[in-house]
Write a protein that binds this ligand. Structure first.
Ligand SMILES: [Zn+2]
Length: 354
């Protein structure tokens, strides 16, 4: 191998602070780009549109076009991709996961920089290179490009619905079981772990679970840590060039729930519960996972959602089928049996699932 080191893309612009939506103009100005296209998610323009538009106008950034869209089907997306004005130098996506994925993919197809401005941080998608798109009636993960910039307004995140913050909490804690699955695969010779990506993924979650502060989802300091950690998780996937550092057996169970449950819950909510379950199966750091999910109020929140144990049972059965080439804990029959036994016997799971 000529060059054994590898190179990755990381965001050039990264700003996580209070009041950032009103500063978006000055942040974009720093990049030297002056012609932008805006994508707002459904209902986002009414809430935050004027703040963003005024800020861009104040800094003489020309807005060439504004799209308002939450349809992440590939057909719809291709229409946008070919309608982007040729003078556009940058695409800015403002909103939740769907619109950020749309804007990210459109910028990828047009090969222009993308600035990710999440109004909620319910998973690590806002800081990753991958997109979740609807292709031929199915949700699929497709590769795109790391955002050029990530701008997070902590005031906006703070005022976002609790369930979205809890979803972020659940997605973050999953790095504990995901990295353990990856190490398991490496030991079995099925995958080759990327040491640096694994370290970043571990640090992302450890910095928050070990932090000696009140784990209050409304606390500014906690939210800042949560957002930073989710960003690090996105970067870990970029380093590994796959999702393994951030997504293991717990994510496979969540994919199963998406397919089977009558009413699937938010990604990070499902993933958080599955992380707790898999930490028991892996016999790996489950006291830490429990403590964090208890202290943040995650378990209490989940109790009100009426998630069904029977859905988890079926999701466990089909979990390996989503990534048959992997060999996480849930790929082994004996571990699936063990997981199902925990559903029946573990006091916490019995109290949060119906
Ligand atoms: Zn996730």
């Amino acid at each position: 191998m000529k060059n054994p080191q590898h190179h990755i893309s990381i965001p050039t612009l990264l700003d996580v602070n209070e009041g950032n939506l009103a500063k978006i103009g000055s942040l974009v100005k720093k990049t030297g780009k002056t012609h932008v296209v805006l994508f707002f998610g459904d209902g986002i323009k009414e809430l935050f549109g004027m703040t963003v538009i005024d800020s861009l106008n104040d800094d003489n950034i020309e807005i060439l076009h504004i799209y308002e869209e939450d349809n992440n089907s590939i057909d719809c997306l291709l229409n946008f991709a070919f309608s982007i004005p040729s003078t556009a130098e940058m695409i800015i996506g403002v909103g939740g996961g769907k619109v950020l994925d749309i804007a990210k993919y459109v910028s990828f197809l047009n090969d222009i920089p993308f600035i990710s401005v999440p109004t909620s941080t319910s998973n690590d998608g806002f800081s990753s290179s991958g997109c979740s798109l609807f292709i031929e009636g199915r949700r699929r993960s497709v590769p795109a490009k790391m955002p050029y910039g990530i701008v997070v307004d902590l005031d906006v995140i703070k005022s976002s619905p609790e369930k979205l913050i809890y979803s972020g909490v659940g997605d973050l804690i999953s790095k504990i079981t995901a990295v353990f699955d990856w190490e398991f695969e490496d030991a079995k010779g099925v995958a080759k772990i990327d040491d640096f990506a694994a370290m970043i993924a571990k640090k992302s979650v450890n910095s928050i679970v070990r932090m000696d502060i009140k784990k209050d989802i409304h606390d500014e300091f906690f939210l800042r840590e949560l957002v930073d950690s989710l960003i690090m998780s996105g970067v870990a996937m970029e380093i590994a060039r796959n999702s393994a550092p951030a997504s293991g057996s717990e994510h496979l169970i969540s994919h199963g729930l998406d397919q089977l449950a009558e009413k699937p819950q938010l990604h990070g909510i499902q993933v958080g519960v599955a992380t707790y379950l898999m930490s028991l199966v892996q016999n790996h750091r489950s006291p830490r996972v429990t403590k964090f999910l208890e202290e943040t109020g995650f378990f209490e929140h989940v109790k009100g959602l009426q998630m069904k144990a029977v859905d988890f049972e079926r999701a466990i059965d089909i979990a390996p089928s989503f990534k048959p080439y992997r060999c996480t804990y849930i790929h082994l029959e004996e571990n699936r049996r063990l997981a199902k036994r925990y559903l029946e016997t573990d006091p916490i799971l019995k109290s949060i699932l119906i």
